[in-house]
Unconditional design. Sequence first.
Length: 278
Amino acid sequence: MLEVLGFEFFRNALLAGVFASIACGIIGTYVVVRRMVSVSGGISHAAFGGVGLGYYLGIDPLLGATVFTVATALGMGVLEIRARQQMDTIIGAVWAAGMALGILFVYLTPGFAPDLFSYLFGNILLVPQGDVLLMAVLVAIIVAIVGLFYLEFQAVTFDPDYARVMNLPVERLSLLLLVLVALTVVMLIRVVGIILVIALLTIPAAISRLYTGRVWSMMLLAIGLGALFTLIGIGLSYVLNVPSGATIILVSTAAYAAALGIRGGRSVRLWRYTQNGE
């Protein structure tokens, strides 16, 4: 098994998994705490419009997805804040429109669109070095922004009204957080694909929330869990010759189910103990 580390594609996969785990752990925590899972799903599916646009314009589809998802995230946030539209309605429209635009652009692109399925379903074993470098830049941006606005994000996440009383720019911070979600979605496209992004973004953070309530500890635990799930998924997909994206998600889901079972078992034992004590 260790001999595969001599192959560049496997080293690229490991690096991509680590970078994706860092982004998931940090941004996924905010997504879970602020209950933005559906928003993240809308942004991730809208990314297919950017992928299709990249094919149509002859540029890197990942670059097209980056521009498209950031614009989509900002548009969703502005519509919710300025136009007073319900977010679930916006999510439904963006979700469908993004996929429809992607299909249209791919159809209009002359010839065959290479690696299209890897953007939809992910294949971390085929991530090129250029995409790894792009992921490294995106991680650096995410870490820098979150580190700079950590206290502000925490105030907006847990108590927006208090943040307004403190004269914090709540609307701008919310839009900035949506942009960070969009950048994280772009990173995960090559790892697990557009269809499965929402799971890897939320499951590690959801598990960490079961065992800790502090934001920074949730982030660290989610980063570690994401890296563990990704590494196990990569190893299993290589050994079993199965799709890597789906394998990573199944490993994550199994871990989440186990964590819920353990937490539920503890709650039942605690309830029985209190009943017997009475």
